[in-house]
Design a protein around this ligand. Structure first.
Ligand SMILES: O=P(O)(O)OC[C@H]1O[C@H](O[C@H]2O[C@H](CO)[C@@H](O)[C@H](O)[C@H]2O)[C@H](O)[C@@H](O)[C@@H]1O
Ligand SMILES: O=c1ccn([C@@H]2O[C@H](COP(=O)(O)OP(=O)(O)O)[C@@H](O)[C@H]2O)c(=O)[nH]1
Length: 473
């Protein structure tokens, strides 16, 4: 078997006591440990001020995985990470054109760092390595490596949505972005809707066409383009949740609830997650369903994220204000309706908290997948599962047909759905949960990794299979 080389912007080199957070890190950590290989990317650290030349990769090995990471300069991070990746591609790919900021400077920093990644990675590559590149930060990496002469099989997986052409074409360099995707042998997306958006773009912009074998030919290369919805380690996560009464933090939270029903939300502090709209929906619910006052607690766990990006700082203020408003209006001396926590919680404790919660609220305005939704389902007690309230705009909605679907822009509708979730009879909860659990058990993180790598390692001549994912919706 060829060696697997994974490249992603952030590489969570295992650090005792520091859990990886963020869906990409969580999904790939398990996948890498199962298969081994090399994982290359940014260390998460900045070079000392004034230094501009990134170090040689720092290499460590743990659990059969070799981690090779480089520090990046302040300028590189400003332009490539906080700039083009997170002020242009992130908002645009989440359909938020009004939040984008395009500058030539950040675009050129984006290309410079992609070239740097290619240069630092190149000496470590062997001719038969299979290279798997992750996410929007690194779209041009294969083109850079190909320009240096590498002929390896290269695959790309986009963890965030691929927007419809009317949105994508607002990106001044959209044509280059799609040309860069054609340098890969496989381009994987989260859902069939993303594949459809790609296909519509290719057709409308006349840059390619579908081959009879299902691949796309664009810019002179044939690329397999398919949906590979990312999953979780369902069985392992369910087992941790089932044993969570041994976890001291989980026990403390349970005791603090004193029989009140728990509603849980877990999201990075990101405008795509719809946290402000969700708190407004909770406020409306407390207003319209007064019988629930004092009988439920909403716990919102929200680690801060990308604080160097101005839109994130603005959102941090907005959400904190809203949380204060709800608590100011509805708190009693012995009851606080909303617990808003800006801290990362370890996944073992999270598993137990999900299991405690009568309702999981996952209401992003747009999300590539959302692993929290799948983790909430995996963590439930099969005899008495909670209800999942899920945005129709999360990638996970294409699979989790047993969730109560909601439109997060409809605050009143979400408030009503929350009341319905809290009131749902156990028979209905069991029925909804069983179908979701079956789905995430079959399409888990192992399925995701194996099916992507199978497509990537397939002989070019063999027709790729299509329709790997059955769309529920
Ligand atoms: O590295 P950061 O800038 O701190 O951000 C954390 C990660 O956020 C995004 O995660 C996405 O991947 C998940 C797993 O496939 C998916 O469920 C979720 O919908 C996506 O938003 C981002 O795409 C990653 O690159 C970041 O590492
Ligand atoms: O305090 C926290 C918050 C989140 N997570 C994990 O981070 C991931 C978030 O992934 P998701 O796909 O939901 O969203 P992303 O942050 O990648 O956009 C999930 O596995 C969560 O369990 C965590 O471990 N601790």
């Amino acid at each position: 078997m060829s060696r697997l080389v994974v490249v992603s912007n952030r590489v969570p080199v295992p650090t005792p006591g520091v859990p990886p957070a963020g869906g990409l890190a969580v999904a790939l950590s398990g996948a890498m440990q199962a298969r081994g290989g090399l994982w290359f990317g940014w260390s998460g650290a900045k070079l000392p001020p004034g230094e501009t030349e990134p170090s040689e990769p720092q290499v460590t090995t743990a659990d059969g995985v070799t981690y090779a990471v480089i520090d990046l300069s302040e300028r590189d991070l400003d332009e490539y990470y906080a700039g083009f990746s997170n002020r242009m591609l992130w908002p645009l790919f989440h359909y938020r054109m009004e939040l984008t900021e395009f500058t030539r400077v950040s675009l050129s920093g984006y290309h410079r760092v992609n070239r740097l990644f290619a240069q630092r990675l190149a000496p470590m590559l062997k001719p038969d390595d299979v290279i798997w590149v992750h996410d929007y930060h690194l779209i041009p990496l294969a083109a850079e490596l190909r320009a240096m002469g590498f002929r390896n099989r290269m695959g790309f997986f986009l963890h965030i949505p691929f927007p419809p052409p009317d949105v994508l074409t607002a990106l001044p360099n959209h044509a280059d972005v799609v040309r860069s995707l054609a340098a890969y042998d496989v381009a994987g997306f989260q859902t069939p809707i993303d594949v459809e958006n790609f296909e519509t773009y290719v057709r409308r912009e006349r840059v390619g066409r579908r081959l009879p074998d299902g691949r796309f030919v664009a810019h002179g290369r044939a690329v397999t383009v398919e949906a590979f919805p990312v999953g979780i380690e369902t069985d392992a996560f369910a087992a941790v949740a089932a044993a969570s009464n041994r976890n001291a933090l989980v026990r403390r939270v349970r005791e603090s609830l004193s029989d009140r029903k728990l509603i849980i939300g877990v999201d990075r502090l990101d405008y795509s997650k719809g946290i402000a709209q969700r708190i407004q929906a909770y406020e409306t619910f407390l207003l319209l369903d007064p019988e629930w006052r004092g009988r439920c607690v909403y716990l919102q766990i929200t680690p801060k994220s990308r604080e160097e990006v101005p839109e994130y700082a603005a959102m941090e203020r907005e959400v904190a204000e809203l949380a204060g408003r709800v608590n100011g209006a509805y708190s009693e001396l012995d009851w606080t309706p909303l617990r808003y926590v800006n801290r990362t919680v370890g996944r073992n404790a999270l598993a137990g908290l999900y299991r405690q919660a009568a309702v999981g609220v996952v209401t992003p305005l747009r999300d590539g997948m959302n692993l929290v939704a799948k983790e909430y389902v995996a963590a439930q007690d099969p005899e008495n599962p909670g209800a999942l309230l899920l945005s129709r705009f999360a990638g996970a909605a294409a699979e989790l047909d047993g969730a109560l679907m909601t439109n997060p822009y409809d605050v009143d509708g979400t408030a009503g759905a929350l009341a319905r979730a809290l009131d749902m009879a156990v028979e209905e909860r069991r029925e909804r949960w069983s179908s979701m659990f079956r789905r995430i058990k079959e399409y888990d993180v192992t399925w995701w990794r194996e099916s992507f790598l199978e497509a990537l390692e397939k002989d070019d001549e063999a027709p790729p299979s299509t329709g790997r994912m059955a769309l529920v919706r």
